[in-house]
Write a protein that binds this ligand. Structure first.
Ligand SMILES: Nc1nc2c(ncn2[C@@H]2O[C@H](COP(=O)(O)OP(=O)(O)O)[C@@H](O)[C@H]2O)c(=O)[nH]1
Ligand SMILES: Nc1ncnc2c1ncn2[C@@H]1O[C@H](COP(=O)(O)OP(=O)(O)O)[C@@H](O)[C@H]1O
Length: 381
């Protein structure tokens, strides 16, 4: 197996450092916008029809501060390395024909591309916790967050419902207007959303990724419809359903909490029956937990989480050199690896001037981050 041809070039235009990448019959031109926003602009040239298209860009975008180098990875995405920023901030994928992009193209009826940030290592799978209103999800999650503040982070959902007395905007929920959440959903900013008890609730991609970017394991408290959507998404998670010991006990807890009107309680109890019915559906939840005695249930939840065979991301390279600020650019591509050359070409603080980026076990992708990147130093070069 030899070297693959490298189809890329970096063109320095006056004020706009741009990369042009050929994939199939199209050339993708990636550059910085003319305004001061430093956001990306993508233009697609169809070599057959000689036409240009400016696609809708989805996903969190890289800030194109300096210049970048780019290379296709298969025919679904383009790897873009942004220069002059720390390595763990510099790796991005422009998805051009992944399943997510294909689906969005159909929905929007326009050409679509999507950014996804590359993350070194796989991290731990997020934990989705569902269950009927009043079963104790919030109580269990609060205990977990209090006992393990550096290990777990809560995905703060958006909702159109009004805040309860002790709820804080940005901590328990992002309380939002219906028109705003609908706009953000249509712009692809949400991993999932659902209409629950008469309101819209949704998990933004940013809510999950800001937790995982901090190196913490993300906890999502979402309803069964939301769990179903996450199952169907590119986010690999563990799904737990919390059940009450009995329906009567559920009703008792809901009333004792004292946060809903009688009408709202009735609506939540009606929905609870449907949620409980779906909890046994095959392939939806990985674990069912009965919350009878709170302490026992909490111990069982902890057992479930530590029994998970995910490994902590203990990639030495990432911790040692992920914060290295010397920029890297792509120099070549072999069958399994992409070689990155340090801009300064110096070996500084033990950092390598040549790195091999292994893309063989990528997971996730837009919407969200692309995980599973592996990097090794090639200092002997
Ligand atoms: N699909 C989805 N459901 C959510 C989200 N956030 C909260 N929920 C669910 O919405 C339901 C109502 O939540 P909430 O109004 O806080 O009431 P509670 O369940 O009685 O505490 C619960 O089942 C939550 O799990 C979200 O982002 N997406
Ligand atoms: N195991 C339990 N036994 C008795 N009460 C509980 C238990 N777990 C939670 N509760 C109480 O039940 C009410 C509902 O719990 P909460 O965490 O708000 O539920 P959810 O987030 O699922 O709607 C709260 O008043 C809480 O203190």
């Amino acid at each position: 197996m030899g070297e693959e041809a490298v189809h890329f070039s970096v063109v320095d235009a006056k004020d706009c450092k741009q990369s042009a990448v050929d994939v199939g019959d199209k050339t993708y031109v990636i550059c910085r916008s003319d305004d001061d926003s430093k956001t990306s602009v993508v233009k697609i040239h169809d070599k057959l029809t000689h036409t240009w298209v400016v696609p809708t860009i989805l996903g969190k975008q890289p800030l194109l501060t300096k210049s970048q180098s780019a290379i296709p990875v298969g025919d679904e995405k383009i790897l873009v390395i942004e220069k002059g920023v720390p390595l763990n901030e510099s790796i991005w994928f422009l998805e051009i024909d992944t399943p997510f992009v294909k689906q969005q193209r159909k929905i929007k009826g326009t050409e679509v591309v999507s950014w996804s940030k590359g993350v070194i290592g796989v991290g731990q799978k997020p934990v989705v916790i569902s269950g009927p209103s009043g079963v104790g999800k919030g109580t269990l999650i609060a205990k977990l967050m209090k006992d393990y503040p550096s290990k777990f982070g809560f995905s703060v959902s958006h909702t159109t419902r009004s805040p309860r007395e002790k709820e804080i905007d940005g901590v328990h929920y992002h309380f939002t207007e219906r028109s705003k959440i609908e706009k953000d959903i249509s712009e692809g900013k949400f991993l999932e959303f659902a209409h629950v008890h008469g309101n819209v609730y949704g998990t933004s991609i940013e809510a999950v990724e800001s937790v995982t970017d901090e190196g913490k394991r993300c906890i999502l408290d979402i309803d069964v419809q939301g769990a179903r959507s996450v199952r169907a998404s590119s986010l690999e998670a563990i799904f737990i359903f919390v059940c009450p010991p009995s329906f009567e006990e559920l009703e008792k807890r809901l009333r004792a909490r004292g946060t809903e009107t009688e009408e709202q309680i009735q609506k939540r109890l009606r929905n609870a029956r449907a949620e409980l019915d779906q909890s046994n559906e095959q392939g939806l939840f990985d674990h069912l937990l009965v919350n009878d005695d709170l302490e026992t249930c909490y111990e069982n939840l902890k057992k479930l989480l530590s029994l998970d065979d995910d490994q902590e991301d203990s990639d030495d390279f990432f911790t040692k050199e992920g914060k290295e600020t010397a920029g890297y650019s792509i120099v070549s591509k072999t069958v399994s690896e992409i070689l990155l050359q340090s801009e300064t070409n110096e070996v500084k603080n033990g950092a390598a001037c040549l790195l091999a980026l292994d893309l063989s076990s990528l997971s996730g992708g837009a919407p969200g981050r692309t995980r599973g990147l592996k990097i090794r130093s090639v200092n002997s070069f």
